[in-house]
Design a protein around this ligand. Sequence first.
Ligand code: ADP
Length: 276
Amino acid sequence: MAMKTLGRGRRTATAAEADEDSWIEVSGLHKVYHPRKSEPTHALSDIGFTVGRGQFISVVGPSGCGKTTLLKILAGLIPRTEGTVRVAGRDVDGPLPEIGMVFQAATLLPWRTILQNVMVPAEIQRLDRAVYRERAGRLLEMVGLSRFADKYPDELSGGMQQRAGICRALVHDPAVLLMDEPFGALDAMTREYMNVELLRIWRESGKTVVLVTHSIPEAVFLSDRVVVLSPRPGRIAEIIDIDLERPRELSVMASDRAGVHIERIRSHFNAQGVID
Ligand code: ADP
């Protein structure tokens, strides 16, 4: 599908009209894979939820329950079998410029500098080079990587590469940021640091975020709401409001309230006999 080229003060008319409370809208979503040489796999069943503009939600669930599938459908990377998926007032039927995606590995191009990597989505969408170079520079500054703009990926640590990956996902100013287990490959301390960083980036950028994570504490720390999926085919087991005050610091995770949320999510997995 052809990407739409958008100018500077861009927002499509439909996006501007989108309901702020259902900035992302998923209803009656089913996904069945039909591999050529094996039986069909029912990956997602009757998924429905909405995400308000500027909200942060996480999706948790056991391995193979369809979390990545859900994110890929939201990103327009794979087709759905049934149901409605709308992002910023637009039906998702292919990759939309309204969406930025952060993958499990930073997947930076080794032959490009950090700045050149961050510019990739702007180049694909043929956006004004000068305007978006400046924006890329500001994003790198926001994540503390200004000094590394002209370095190559293998000169950066894993955490720094993932921060560059976040800048790349944000460079074209998408309405929605989708993140698939972005910190899974990082050590525990770097991961905690990245969680705090991500909250700051989220606050400063005002983006709507959907994060897939294996970590229940990470989901609770970051999110306004956590969508808990059942084992395959993934159905919605529960959607939990995380009523911890913002702005949040890591110390909030020691609070009783955080503990209650973590236990509640965990109880779904214990009941299902799966620990992810
Ligand atoms: P999760 O991210 O929760 O681990 P996935 O979305 O990756 O789950 O996968 C959900 C189910 O769909 C799994 O059983 C997986 O094997 C299956 N699946 C994922 N991608 C494909 C594909 N391209 N073809 C066939 N089956 C797939």
